[in-house]
Design a protein around this ligand. Structure first.
Ligand SMILES: Cc1cc2nc3c(=O)[nH]c(=O)nc-3n(C[C@H](O)[C@H](O)[C@H](O)COP(=O)(O)OP(=O)(O)OC[C@H]3O[C@@H](n4cnc5c(N)ncnc54)[C@H](O)[C@@H]3O)c2cc1C
Length: 409
């Protein structure tokens, strides 16, 4: 059996491993964190149309539906204005008639459960070096023994190690969109339940939403900043200080949210940045999901993109079987248009979720509250005109079912 090493056990990695196993490959996943980021951690992410369809083909669609976040209402606050109530379900059904919002940790757990019996997982390790000699790839690890694989795929996110080792430093392929985001868990002091509160100012938003599975809440902050902030993306304390300084004088419920920042163990902070690399394969090494073409966290539908492209990558490798590098090239050609559309969406979505001007601050709540009341065809038209619907719900999924070599379990 051909052996494939996948770096990263979040979304793209396990989806790829699942399908490779179906097609008779032997996948191994190496994940830097010592154990799976279980269940309820992380932030809410979206699966749209074709992403939901991949979940159905994997037989996990019912579990994904059951685990959805169930945020039904969003209340938008602005200083000096009446709060605006928005029906979240209706708003997102305008983008796609098949849409599920789920916590990333929950999705990862479901994908792990769907693969754990048939895929080798190596937790708490990372690739240290890669040497592709044209016939295979010799890999050394930070901890484990060196091994040789037929193919290596980086599914290790925006700050991918595989990408750095095989394609070059991250600095040369980043496109910051001028925004930052921070997210963490906290007690549900505002009794949010299935509700989300969002407070907007020009250039900043503070929000909090209930997580029904844990009875907790999550605080999420976004802000604009044209010049890049300098920080170490592994230094959480430094990032917490940046966020606290940025929102110190914000008002609204922010002091209550910031009170829990220091203690937050699942704190996430990063810049809203796209990865602009235009080729995601080199010999026997490839990239999938955020590692290859992150469209910007929270603004570009990265989760659907990761799921769908991992499915296509596995299918193209199976179709090429004897010539894996050509499978990688075919994958690249198949997904390019979809990736381009997702990249185009990021700046537009960022423009609407973090208002950049007084006009945007007036327009965003108005549009968000009116849209759900329009007929579905009109909502679709609006979304497709700004590119969102088109990008997130557009890739026709190829059918690779005749390549399956092992019975569905
Ligand atoms: C705060 C936030 C909000 C978001 N909101 C949304 C949203 O609303 N909708 C949406 O669709 N998307 C959203 N996203 C984006 C979404 O999370 C990603 O696009 C998606 O998770 C990409 O999946 P991935 O598997 O490619 O990469 P990731 O989910 O980033 O996973 C990478 C994995 O690789 C592991 N790893 C990293 N380095 C190494 C290494 N050296 N060795 C081994 N393993 C390694 C990591 O631990 C991780 O498990 C959001 C992201 C963030 C951060």
């Amino acid at each position: 059996m051909q052996k494939v090493l996948i770096s990263g056990a979040s979304v793209a990695g396990p989806v790829l491993a699942y399908w490779l196993r179906q097609y008779g490959f032997e996948p191994t996943i190496v994940e830097r964190t010592p154990a799976l980021r279980h269940g309820l951690g992380g932030h809410a992410v979206d699966l749209f149309g074709s992403g939901v369809e991949v979940a159905r083909r994997m037989g996990i669609d019912e579990a994904v539906q059951a685990a959805r976040t169930r945020t039904e209402w969003m209340t938008l606050f602005r200083n000096g204005k009446k709060p605006v109530e928005i029906n979240v379900d209706k708003l997102s059904s305008g983008i796609s008639d098949r849409h599920v919002e789920i916590l990333r940790g929950e999705l990862t757990s479901l994908l792990y459960d769907a693969t754990r019996d048939r895929v080798e997982y190596l937790f708490g390790d990372s690739i240290a070096t890669l040497n592709d000699d044209g016939h295979g790839v010799d890999v050394t690890f930070e901890h484990g023994e060196p091994r040789r694989f037929d193919l290596v795929i980086g599914a290790d996110g925006m700050h991918s190690t595989v990408r750095r080792l095989a394609f070059g430093p991250e600095e040369s392929m980043r496109r910051p969109l001028g925004g930052y985001l921070g997210v963490y868990s906290m007690p549900d002091e505002l009794a949010l339940g299935n509700r989300m509160f969002v407070h907007m100012e020009i250039g900043k938003i503070a929000s909090t939403y209930g997580v029904h599975q844990t009875g907790q809440a999550r605080a999420a902050f976004l802000f604009r900043r044209q010049e890049e902030l300098r920080y170490d993306y592994r230094d959480k304390d430094q990032q917490k200080r940046i966020l606290a300084d940025e929102f110190r004088d914000y008002g609204w419920e922010v002091p209550r949210l910031l009170k829990h920042l220091d203690a937050a163990e699942d704190f996430y902070f990063d810049s809203i940045t796209q990865i602009t690399l235009d080729s995601w394969q080199r010999g026997r090494i490839g990239l999938v999901g955020d590692a290859g073409y992150c469209p910007g966290p929270a603004v570009g539908g990265g989760t659907s993109l990761a799921v769908v492209t991992a499915y296509v990558l596995a299918g193209e490798l199976a179709a090429a079987r004897a010539d894996l590098p050509s499978g990688l090239r075919n994958y690249e050609n198949k997904i390019r248009r979809f990736v381009d559309l997702s990249r185009a969406v990021g700046p537009k979505v960022m423009g609407s979720i973090i208002p950049g001007s007084a006009t945007a601050l007036r327009a965003v709540p108005l549009v968000a509250s009116v849209l759900p009341h329009l007929p579905l065809w009109a909502q679709r038209k609006v979304w497709s005109q700004n590119g969102v619907g088109k990008a997130l719900d557009s890739l026709p999924l190829p059918d690779y079912s005749d390549l399956v070599r092992v019975p569905q379990s």
